[in-house]
Design a protein around this ligand. Structure first.
Ligand code: LLP
Length: 420
């Protein structure tokens, strides 16, 4: 469920007409629904209420400060993966005890900054990283909490680029390495080994792989506890899939019903790191048709949004529904050529949608649905395009939450060498 719906053939975001937003703020434009965002956070909170987990929203999905602030205000924590994301977390005053930090390549400076802020824990992905955190913590005279990231070697059904829990991937540790570290934790006097972390991948529709992975981690926890090791935290990651097209993902409730019985009686503080589930259907991407180009074989809607704004279709072949904002005409008439929605970038891979039955004319606005997660956060300035503005809708009111970049923003950090 989300709050982007058609009323009288006009697309609305909550109480605002998409067309009016496009006119007021210009295109390309990201539009977010406050209600959709907080309702999705609440869905997870409610589904897991019996164990009161720490829900750390995965900042990488959409790191806009206003969205982060809303999630923190709703009681959420943040899952971060860089110094930049820590900076954002601090900016929205996320309490440090609600921050977890993953990533296979944390640098010394990033580790130091996170220790100084007093985050809840690092999710550590390798032995050298653990040594390094221990060294930096010792220099700072601190003892820091750590969960080891377990790579359970399970294969969820999703795009190969976003599978993270197979043993061939760079993430986490195998069970033997992980157990040995727990058993030899005296080697790390400035580390408090407190738990286990997992994140098996993204856009996963079924509970199966999660269940498999949790089963494996339970075995490890039991074995370690038998040897007197204390384990207090289990982070089961993010990865819950959403509807883009014809997917039938489990609901938060269904997911919890399958997972909760496995966690019962384990006496663990559970953490979750959902990103897409919260942000994905909370945002759309509005773009304007610049030209309609007919070729002997195809029709192209050339729009002012491009792969630099929304990379998912180009990078993963991801499907996003595309609709016209003022009529929802999707039916295919006879002889109608299928259309591609493409941007102005000089690559054939620059498309937002392929082979769609879509009717639109020059000047019409199109909405790319389900663009709230991994949309703006993966955008770039390729082809020296200014990144789009972002708007948050709250009922009948809209607010700019990131202004459109200017040409000055594009070149502001560059230097024209005088000597050459
Ligand atoms: N925790 C960790 C350690 C992660 O690496 C990720 C996502 C998450 C949580 C949140 O996963 P989510 O709940 O959003 O599935 N750019 C890709 C998705 C990459 C996901 C990376 N890691 C896409 O557009 O589909």
């Amino acid at each position: 469920m989300h709050h982007f719906i058609f009323k009288n053939r006009e697309l609305y975001c909550e109480g605002c007409k998409a067309k009016d937003l496009a006119k007021e703020y210009g295109t390309p434009l990201y539009v977010y629904s406050r209600r959709t965002l907080t309702e999705h956070f609440d869905k997870i909170k409610k589904a897991f209420r019996s164990i009161k987990p720490v829900i750390c929203y995965s900042v990488k999905a959409n790191s806009n400060l206003t969205l982060l602030k809303l999630i923190v205000a709703a009681g959420g924590g943040l899952d971060i993966v860089s110094g930049g994301e820590l900076y954002r977390a601090k900016k929205v005053k996320c309490p440090p005890e609600r921050i977890v930090y993953a990533s296979v390549g944390k640098t010394d400076l990033e580790i130091q900054e996170a220790i100084s802020y007093g985050i809840l824990m690092f999710n550590v992905e390798s032995t050298p990283e653990l040594h390094n955190i221990n060294r930096i913590a010792s220099r700072l005279n601190k003892k820091v909490r750590v969960a080891l990231r377990f790579n359970p070697d399970v294969k969820p059904k999703t795009h190969s680029y976003i599978i993270t829990g197979k043993k061939e991937t760079k993430f986490g540790m195998d069970s033997e390495t992980l157990k040995n570290i727990f058993l030899e934790q005296y080697n790390y006097p400035n580390i408090k080994l407190a738990g286990i972390h997992m994140h098996i991948g993204s856009q996963i529709s079924q509970a199966g792989p999660f269940i498999k992975a949790i089963g494996k981690v339970k075995k490890i926890i039991t074995q370690l506890r038998q040897k007197g090791i204390i384990i207090s935290y289990l982070n089961i990651g993010g990865g819950l899939g959403i509807v883009y097209n014809k997917e039938k993902p489990q609901t938060a409730g269904e997911f919890a019903n399958k997972v909760l019985p496995l966690l019962k009686g384990l006496d663990l503080k559970v953490l979750l790191e959902p990103g897409r589930f919260i942000a994905g259907n909370s945002g759309i991407f509005l773009t304007k048709v610049i030209y309609v180009k007919n070729t002997p074989v195809k029709k192209f809607f050339i729009v002012d949004g491009a792969m630099n704004d929304l990379l998912r279709p180009s990078l993963y072949g991801a499907y996003h529904d595309v609709v016209t904002v003022n009529k929802n005409l999707k039916s295919k008439t006879q002889n109608q050529k299928l259309a591609d929605v493409v941007g102005p970038i000089c690559e054939s891979g620059d498309f937002l949608a392929k082979d769609r039955s879509l009717e639109a004319k020059q000047g019409d606005y199109l909405a790319v649905m389900g663009a709230g997660a991994y949309g703006f956060s993966m955008s770039s300035n390729y082809n020296s395009r200014r990144r789009p503005a972002e708007v948050l809708v709250d009922g009948k009111t809209s607010y700019i939450v990131r202004r459109r970049e200017s040409y000055q923003d594009l070149t502001g950090n560059e230097v024209i060498l005088k000597k050459l």
